[in-house]
Design a protein around this ligand. Sequence first.
Ligand SMILES: Cc1cc2nc3c(=O)[nH]c(=O)nc-3n(C[C@H](O)[C@H](O)[C@H](O)COP(=O)(O)OP(=O)(O)OC[C@H]3O[C@@H](n4cnc5c(N)ncnc54)[C@H](O)[C@@H]3O)c2cc1C
Length: 498
Amino acid sequence: MQSLADESVVVIGAGVGGLSTACYLADAGADVHVIEKNEQLGGRASRLEEDGFRFDMGPSWYLMPDVFERFFADFDRTPSDYYELTHLDPHYRIFFKDDDAVDITPDLERTKRVFENYEDGAGEALERYLDKSRENYEVGMKHFVYEDRTQLRDYLTLDVARQARGLSLLGSMQGHVENYFEHPKLQQIMQYTLVFLGGSPTNTPALYNLMSHVDFNLGVWYPEGGIGAVIDALVDLGRELGVTYDTNRPATAIKGREGAFLVDTPQGPLRPDLVVSNGDYAHTEQELLPPESRGHDADYWESRTYAPSAFLLYLGVEGDVDELAHHTLVLPTNWEDHFEQIFDDPAWPDEPAYYCCVPSETDDTVAPDGHSALFVLVPIAPGLEDTPEIRQEYRDQILVDIATNTGTDLRDRIVFEEQFCIEDFASRYNSYDGTALGLAHTLRQTALFRPPHRSKEVDGLYFVGGDTTPGIGMPMCLISGELTAETVLEDYGQPAGQ
Ligand SMILES: Cc1cc2nc3c(=O)[nH]c(=O)nc-3n(C[C@H](O)[C@H](O)[C@H](O)COP(=O)(O)OP(=O)(O)OC[C@H]3O[C@@H](n4cnc5c(N)ncnc54)[C@H](O)[C@@H]3O)c2cc1C
């Protein structure tokens, strides 16, 4: 076990990656101080609480429980030391916009029958598909997610080549799914998880079929108290390990180098030995670092493929919304146009595919008696014009769409409403063009093609979070925290006791 005793570290940003790496670094003996520009910790996993309603503003799907187990086990704890989990049944409901609906439940035999109803042989094809995605998950997590391979030569060893051989690495998800299912609705069911990765079926590598193992086999869970309870757990764990936190304290510049950093903040400068930035990578490089310290120029950031932004409506409504499950997807039968309007020809989607989250279906503490709390999320292209008038018009369109396609008319019973969109992502999280998730997982932006954890230009400067490896999503950002801490330990760790 290595130790980082005597090193002081400032972590800029309290997203999942920042909170995770703070725990690992403090556990290794460093003196860790997290500064966060916003009024609360959690980053994109912020909470909105008003008028008796409580919303998780960002993540709402607790996936990959194994990753959370492993994270807490690294500190001799379990998630249940901090929060309890409920296995959701159904995992989610899908309303197709042609009067058809399906529930995907934890019962695989039942799901196979649902698939068989759409296409002869699809039940058995689902089983084969899931076998493959389980295998990809196991190999992928062990050899490519938990191990940070930062250079091409790391992939060229015999052992890695052997592990990679069985993975369907290349080709698109669209092609991969078509090998198993012909029915467009079944293809959609197998592909919707790509939205978690910020991609589309045509620009996401087939490797990510492992997401179906996550969804169908590992299941969809709800932490008691919502995702906010997971953030509280990370913060509490950090406190137990000695991490200190400052909210409302933005970093405005990073100067200097290892041993002699100066991090400017409105409350005065901090002078740590090492700095880890959890702010979006482009923001850190372009707005906090001087030009000679940046690993990438403006053209690089402009040429990246960004994950969608989102139009979000947080709604408190009178009465129940029983037609909707805790997680509900509403999908047009042809969703290519929506993906085109995100990635190829940016525009507010005419016929959107969207997601409704109704935590009050599971948790009666999130809304006052007799009320429901829900949010609606429409993925949209980052950088679109986002004015109050456009939002209002779109909000009206979405409420009509929900009434038409799910039978839930919310319009006359909304008692609390707040919107969040492109401009808010940019101003609240310093995100590039208002992307909700950061760099998409296209082939050119996967694994070693994502920007590195270790700055090449500035000794002692590191990066963590969704823009780095392994990538987007709370579980991946937890792992990113571990990988960043391992990188710091490689550079500055000493055998314990020294
Ligand atoms: C709407 C939405 C839905 C999502 N749904 C899911 C889901 O269901 N399941 C899932 O697993 N994931 C989901 N995600 C993705 C997941 O939330 C993110 O991938 C993850 O939380 C990002 O963590 P991060 O470590 O990259 O940090 P971030 O959350 O990006 O946090 C970075 C922090 O740095 C702060 N910061 C930036 N600049 C500065 C500065 N100069 N000084 C100080 N602080 C600064 C920001 O304010 C922010 O708090 C969703 C995300 C969104 C937005």
